[in-house]
Design a protein around this ligand. Structure first.
Ligand code: FES
Length: 168
């Protein structure tokens, strides 16, 4: 195990290891798996927003857990990206409340404006439209979306233009 952790250390930056260690300190030593979500999140944030298989393996090895566990977590939660993404990752909620409030209009407007479909990234690498998003727990503000984790609510085409045009 120790040898595995040393090898994994070499594949994770010092910054990522520091963040993982911070989260590990919050759990009993025998429950390192408890830190898998924040560990994957830290690894993703320091890898231009996505998790490669090598990175998921390195996180698993560093935590001392089975590699399949990191794959299971990363494929279950939509906040993880397993392919390179754009500078801005847009998650549009299309669940029931937002759908009733017009999420189809939001999807259509963004697809037209960016010239891509859900699940694609613009050629200039600026925007990724995530394939589908379940409820993001901001139902009262529907239709809504998140861009790099920041929530935007009560969207309209004019508001979408304003938001996107305001991004650097
Ligand atoms: S249904 Fe869209 S945030 Fe809940």
């Amino acid at each position: 195990m120790a040898g595995m952790n040393i090898q994994a250390s070499a594949r994770l930056s010092a910054e990522v290891r520091r963040e993982i260690d911070h989260w590990l300190s919050k759990y009993p030593a025998e429950h390192r798996q408890s830190a898998v979500i924040p560990a994957l999140t830290a690894a993703q944030e320091h890898n231009k927003g996505y998790l490669s298989n090598e990175l998921m393996d390195a996180v698993a090895d560093y935590l001392g857990i089975s590699r399949v566990t990191t794959y299971e977590v990363a494929t279950f939660y939509s906040m993880y990206n397993r392919e390179p993404v754009g500078k801005y990752v847009i998650n549009i909620c299309t669940n029931i409340s937002c759908m009733l409030m017009g999420s189809d209009t939001v999807v259509g407007h963004l697809e037209n404006k960016l010239g891509i479909k859900l699940g694609e990234t613009t050629a200039d690498g600026r925007f990724t439209l995530k394939i589908e998003e379940e409820c993001l727990a901001a139902c009262a503000g529907g239709p809504m979306m998140a861009i790099n984790g920041h929530y935007y609510e009560k969207l309209s085409p004019a508001r979408l233009d304003e938001i996107l045009d305001g991004l650097e």
